[in-house]
Design a protein around this ligand. Structure first.
Ligand code: ADP
Length: 555
């Protein structure tokens, strides 16, 4: 039997003792703030005392409505390590979801960023916020607001002692909580225990994971309000590496400048972030040569993005897949040793897949008949996954628990293939699959093909109802600024059709390509197909399109 449980606090203890001078840099509402692990540890202990004095007890939920910065990072270790539960709330969710979440979680205290006070005020409702006894603004002062009682973070923490007797916690103690964005129905709460976060940290630290070590300078762009910023605040601390937090609503320029000024070696975020950064660095004089690798995930990373970062900037993109339910990382696409000798194009193809399961997890892929699919890269089914950092239930949602779990297996709702080497490819989410003439078209594959065109910045594909074929694919494309200037959309459209035809059956060709200014995004920065479906699911849209040869019979 182990003599001590798997909990987060020893990661902090180690960083403080072994790397006291390593920096934590944070872009905040007040400008760039900079301190070291010694100061971080001090402030975290003060925060622990402040929480205890504010009446936070074991098992209480403490919510954050915050961007990525040092104060949020202090809450990341202090809250779980006093025995409470860190509940990160996505400020981009609609008000009624925030109300539902606060009421459902019964949050006791809420940390909120100055720039998000207004948002929280608009969501505030005395009955759903009844459990909240205190608001704390993440800054040095309190803006004008009706939220109360309210204080500012520095006053809340400042007068407290830097000595704190951290409790010995059970690894089964609840440490974190996050709700899925609820693109369909109410958000579902996922709770993380100390052990889940510990196990996730250890797995992501390995070379098969994110391979972070004490020489790294790590900038998590993926928001800390969504699934623990992919666990990076914990793993970067466990490694004793330097943290760089990009703060409120960073744009591509902010990110590129932080990479240059802080010497960032590793960063992480959704593909749309990197598409923006790429466009920025290609057009501006900024030095990102310190950057070695980018973790990209949350939605499928276009192969062209992986290729361009590698060829133009010598940056390796690690494509990964994960879910809120998985704390969240499940796979990373590293190349197996023999693949490193492959030609460039085959390597990019392999890296473009969602990749290999992290050590510690198991998966199976189940088809419509309930059978496991062979590992042949072609047959597909739903991905089921289990392991020490995969949840076994949703918080208080017996309805969803019944449908989404099979014993220890989480049914992910992702449709995948597995190649003979065990690399997973997400071909669609169950709800995004396009069914045309009884056959099935992968929206993800089409998006990938379209985004390979140099004039395309973003592309997304949805199924639009069709009288004869049930559904037909329609693409929505955002052109780069340069392409817009010399706009000949009809010519680009033809080239896009050609690109798809080159790799896929003719009937996969979208019935139309619509040029739009921006693809609507979800609260986590993913393409929001629901909005497009609501707006465009109109058979008339296809009146003139759908050439007869674009039909499944033609396959
Ligand atoms: P939300 O539903 O709020 O977006 P998650 O972050 O939990 O919440 O989303 C998880 C889902 O995102 C996965 O089930 C999968 O469909 C999608 N996803 C995550 N990473 C990838 C990836 N690399 N490629 C394709 N889809 C991905």
């Amino acid at each position: 039997m182990a003599g001590f449980d798997q909990t987060l606090r020893p990661f902090l203890w180690r960083a403080e003792r072994l790397y006291p001078d390593t920096e934590i840099v944070s872009r905040t509402h007040e400008g760039i703030q900079r301190y070291d692990y010694a100061t971080y540890s001090d402030r975290t202990a003060r925060l622990a005392n402040a929480l205890t004095d504010a009446g936070i007890e074991t098992g209480d939920r403490v919510a954050t409505v915050c961007w990525n910065h040092h104060r949020h990072f202090e809450a990341y270790f202090a809250v779980p390590s006093v025995g409470a539960q860190l509940h990160t709330i996505n400020p981009l969710l609609p008000d009624e979801h925030v109300q539902y979440i606060v009421e459902n979680a019964e949050d006791r205290l809420v940390f909120v960023d100055p720039s998000l006070v207004e948002k929280l005020e608009s969501a505030y409702d005395p009955s759903t916020f009844e459990s909240v006894a205190q608001f704390v603004v993440m800054g040095e002062s309190v803006p004008d607001t009706d939220l109360e009682p309210i204080t500012d973070y520095e006053s809340f923490v400042g007068s407290h002692d830097a000595d704190y007797e951290w409790p010995e916690l059970s690894e089964d103690a609840a440490a974190g909580m996050c709700y899925t964005s609820g693109t369909t129905g109410r958000p579902k709460g996922v709770e993380y225990t100390q052990q889940m976060l510990w196990a996730h940290t250890m797995a992501t630290l390995t070379p098969q994971g994110l391979d972070i070590d004490d020489t790294d300078v790590v900038m998590p762009v993926v928001p800390m309000f969504h699934v623990n910023a992919w666990g990076m605040p914990f793993s970067v601390t466990a490694a004793g590496a330097k943290h760089v937090y990009p703060g409120p609503s960073p744009d591509p320029e902010d990110l590129a400048r932080l990479i240059e000024e802080e010497g960032v070696t590793f960063t992480a975020g959704v593909p749309t972030v990197w598409l923006g950064v790429l466009e920025y660095v290609q057009e501006h004089d900024v030095d990102i040569s310190s950057l070695e690798r980018i973790m990209v995930g949350g939605s499928a990373a276009p192969k062209s993005l992986i290729e361009t970062f590698d060829q133009e900037y010598d940056v390796t993109m690690l494509h990964g897949w994960g879910m809120t339910e998985l704390s969240p990382v499940g796979t990373i696409s590293h190349l197996k040793p023999e693949m490193r000798e492959w030609d460039r194009d085959s390597k990019y193809d392999q890296r473009g897949k969602q990749g290999l399961i992290l050590p510690g997890l198991e998966f199976r892929v189940i088809d419509d008949d309930g059978e496991e699919v062979p590992w042949n890269g072609e047959d597909f089914g739903e991905l089921h996954i289990r392991g020490p950092w995969v949840t076994d239930s949703y918080f208080g949602r017996d309805d969803a628990n019944e449908a989404d779990f099979d014993g220890s297996w989480l049914k992910t709702g992702d449709i995948v293939t597995v190649d003979s080497e065990g690399y997973l490819t997400i071909v669609d989410r169950t709800k995004d699959v396009i069914k045309s003439g009884g056959e099935w078209i992968s929206s993800v594959d089409l998006e990938n093909a379209l985004m390979a065109h140099e004039a395309v910045v973003e592309a997304t594909v949805i199924g639009v109802s069709h009288e004869r074929w049930q559904e037909r694919p329609v693409a929505f494309v955002v052109l780069s600024e340069a392409a817009r200037d010399r706009a000949e959309p009809e010519a680009v459209k033809d080239e896009l059709f050609e690109l798809v035809r080159a790799d896929y059956p003719k009937w996969w060709t979208p019935d139309d390509v619509l040029f739009i200014d921006e693809v609507p995004k979800t609260a986590t920065g993913k393409f929001d197909k629901k909005v497009l479906r609501d707006q465009y699911d109109d058979p008339d849209l296809l009146e003139d399109a759908a050439p007869e040869d674009a039909a499944p019979e033609d396959a």
